[in-house]
Design a protein around this ligand. Sequence first.
Ligand code: GDP
Ligand code: IMO
Ligand code: MG
Length: 435
Amino acid sequence: MFKGVMLLLDFTALSVVGCQWGDEGKGKVTDFLAAQSDVVVRYQGGPNAGHTVVVQNETFKLHHLPCGVLYPGKICILGNGMVLDALTLVAELEGLKKRGIVAEKLFISDRAHLILPYHLRQDSLEEVKRGGGKIGTTLRGIGPAYEDKTTRRGIRVGELRDEKRLKEKIAAVLEEKNELFNKVYGDEGITLQMIEAEYLPAALSLLPYITDTSYLLSSHLDRGDKVLFEGAQGAMLDIDYGTYPYVTSSGTLAGNICSGSGIPPGRVGAVLGVGKSYTTRVGEGPFPTEIKGETAVLIRNRGKEFGTTTGRPRRIGWLDGVALRHACRLNGVQHMALTLFDVLSGVGKLKIATAYRHRNGDLIEQFPAELHILEETTPVYQEYAGWSDDLSAVKNIHDLPQAAQNYIKGVEEIAGAHVSILSVGPRRDQTIWRL
Ligand code: GDP
Ligand code: IMO
Ligand code: MG
């Protein structure tokens, strides 16, 4: 069998990471590969993620839980690099239970951080204060929770084991937060009673799942079990290499798998990059290949491009090869899953940005660190002939129209990676291996 397919099927550890601004179809691809794995791990982010998986005619939207949860018996780990909102996690578990899915082998890191109600409040207040410069966050408290982790006032999941100390700590942090809310934002703040009444019972119900997941994961790797790491967000939302400050607050690159799950670099394995056949972005911030008008509306409707977490219409653009190449290089991607390929049928002529042209005439081929430079550039496009055939039932790569094959070649050239998986629809059976 072809080396790439072997790599993706015969893995010990394999990572699925987003190569754009999120929503690339990581959920679908992880679910597809989870069939062959024993353990599925989330290692960063929190309920800002919205991973959609379609199993037969049922659609699941997962925010905290790894996609492996949809298969019976898979071990699911929420790693230490995550931030968890107990209320939404419990709601997610209960929602699945009502649909007959029980997360029987769920493990939550005792070192993961909790998102508390004051983080949600802070996220909203900060966004309002930013006014026109808002980030367009998911308002899930992600930034404030990671901020508290870094400034060392965060509350970790393991602290749920000692309720008395936990309450004392929450009360102390809350005092600081309320001072901030009152004095800076003129907000009345949050009472300890509110947290004790609603949030704490949900958080404490998670106690049976809490463990040292780094140790657990190492023992599975020692045993030769297959481990799949499920990235959230995408490279362009990475706190360091994304379009800062219009990014999320965690490291979304494969390099963060180690610190976010507690394993050494040598155990991370191959990295499968997931990229949409065009580009979308939800939230504010630069988007060099953004398009508006009829074509954008057509793609948005065909691809059902509305946020999984917030329902916001996603911004639409041509495939940004500069961003994709940046993402593949940073993640060490040799193999890609190219998704939502079916959506491009009937769009007409297609474009892929291969570089940006600065207004001073310079050609920019590497994604710049400073956003004002992006604003002074326009994308340099390579045009491709489109196709109108419905591809959603194609099972074999050779049945694709020549124009579609040319477009895939164009993606590979700019990304410097092989498209090993082609996704032509949201369902599991709409996935093609490409040799
Ligand atoms: P994620 O956050 O990366 O997991 O992606 P989302 O789930 O937020 O968004 C991807 C959307 O595209 C979901 O609605 C998927 O069901 C859907 N999807 C995934 N792959 C395909 C595909 O190949 N074709 C189409 N039409 N939809 C897809
Ligand atoms: P998945 O895993 C798309 C975006 C938000 C906002 C920025 C910061 O489904 O791909 P945050 O709430 O994280 O502080 O918001 O990041 N964002 C996402 N966009 N997909 C996601 O996750 C996202 N998670 C965060 O829209 O622009
Ligand atoms: Mg999503």
